[in-house]
Design a protein around this ligand. Structure first.
Ligand code: CU
Length: 418
């Protein structure tokens, strides 16, 4: 094993492990390029981040002892590092935002016959997610597919919109008490825009899984209308809804479930949010993430992340659903169309980071641990296998297997998290 890996990672792990810092104390060095004060990080050291720091070290040690040709390709000198949005400089944030807006200016690659409502390159990603929803949620490929999807989005920002950085993540527990204070959702010029204006007055709650048969009722917050702050106040959501809990969303012109283009008709509308501290304070906090990370096996982890077994009993939401209902409304409350809000990739960056943390707490056992079947919430369907293929349709070229996506260093990917 090369000691370079340890030297590279040591400052980061130490930074994560410092138990308490005064706000006025010297800045934490989270990477070589900039200092990040604890103030920027909401004044919090998270237990879950300490786990992540240890996972990062474990991952390098494990990978260094695996195939040497792979280690030559992917090692601390070549790896891409994904970071929390709060640690981005103003210009890094602006560059990311500019690239996302650029995707919405490029033409769609999906043919009109496959997505009549796709207007731009960003919509290709939303359409791919809508089309595959039943085969990628509550399934054995759920984590791997969304890892590939987020990676593809990151690479497309870089390859087609000149972005030089990597996909940021939203560290939910840091802002669980009040997500509107987070630099992702505070509505500033360097955020992903903030809450929606007060709207949709007839709505009193958002139902999970649906308003027709809610197992959990999320009280409506102060938003519900169009986002009117920050860089995405003019953002157009063009596809869906399919299964929205927002009562104020116009139906998609293709709403027949037997139509292969269901939800893919043209339905341009504003981006609506109803940011829910009720949700985050209960289900996205540090204790919830730590409990998830302490799952002894993939089955426990898989259920806990997605709302338990049976799903959503006793109001248990799980961090995945809670992350979507952090913004809620439209398209955030619609699990088909949710990537239509650019916040989606911040949430799924963190979903991926939490899975990556759990995997690398014991990599030799957990990197290839898989649980679930090939059909949404159907335990009688065939079990997912590492050899199953995954496609992203017109969003991104090239099919990979679940097995390819299990490691962020051992296959086609080469990235880590701090
Ligand atoms: Cu999804």
């Amino acid at each position: 094993m090369r000691t370079g890996a340890l030297l590279w990672l040591a400052p980061m792990a130490l930074a994560s492990a410092i138990p308490a810092l005064e706000e006025s104390s010297p800045a934490l060095s989270f990477d070589k390029r900039q200092d990040v004060s604890l103030n920027v990080l909401g004044g919090k050291i998270l237990q879950a981040d300490i786990y992540a720091g240890l996972a990062a070290i474990n991952q390098q040690i494990y990978q260094a002892t695996q195939k040497s040709d792979q280690w030559k390709k992917c090692n601390p000198a070549t790896i891409m590092v994904r970071r929390e949005w709060a640690t981005f400089s103003t210009s890094e944030k602006t560059n990311y935002i500019t690239a996302v807006r650029c995707l919405a200016e490029l033409p769609a690659k999906t043919p009109k016959s496959d997505c009549p409502g796709c207007k731009n390159r960003y919509d290709d990603f939303v359409a791919t997610h809508i089309r595959q929803t039943f085969a990628i949620h509550n399934t054995g490929n759920f984590l791997a597919w969304h890892r590939y999807f987020t990676y593809a989005y990151e690479q497309t920002l870089r390859n087609e919109c000149g972005y030089k950085g990597y996909q940021p993540y939203y560290n939910w527990p840091r802002w669980a008490d009040d997500p509107m204070k987070s630099p992702v959702l505070d509505g500033s010029a360097t955020s992903m825009s903030g809450n929606g204006v007060a709207g949709c007055v007839n709505q009193t709650f958002y139902g999970i899984p649906t308003n027709d048969a809610p197992v959990i009722k999320i009280p409506k917050g102060t938003g519900g209308g169009c986002v009117n702050s920050g860089p995405f106040q003019d953002w157009s959501v063009n596809l869906g809804p399919v299964f929205t809990d927002s009562l104020c969303t116009p139906a998609n012109p293709i709403s027949d479930f037997t139509d292969p283009n269901m939800g893919l008709g043209s339905n341009p509308r504003c981006l609506k949010r109803d940011i829910s501290a009720w949700t985050t304070s209960q289900w996205s906090n540090d204790a919830m993430v730590v409990k998830l990370l302490n799952s002894p096996d993939i089955k426990t982890f898989w259920y806990d992340m997605q709302g338990g077994d049976p799903a959503f009993a006793n109001n248990f939401m799980g961090v995945h659903t809670a992350g979507h209902f952090t913004v809620g409304a439209d398209p955030g409350s619609d699990f088909f169309t949710s990537p239509g809000d650019p916040y989606f990739f911040f949430h799924h960056g963190q979903i991926d980071r939490v899975w990556w943390t759990w995997q690398n707490m014991n990599p030799s056992v957990r990197i290839n641990a898989i649980y679930g079947t090939t059909v949404i919430a159907d335990p009688t369907a065939p079990a997912s296998k590492l050899s199953d293929s995954m496609t992203l349709g017109y969003a991104f070229p090239g099919n990979i297997t679940i097995g390819d996506a299990m490691s962020t260093m051992g296959g086609p990917f080469c990235y880590t998290y701090i």
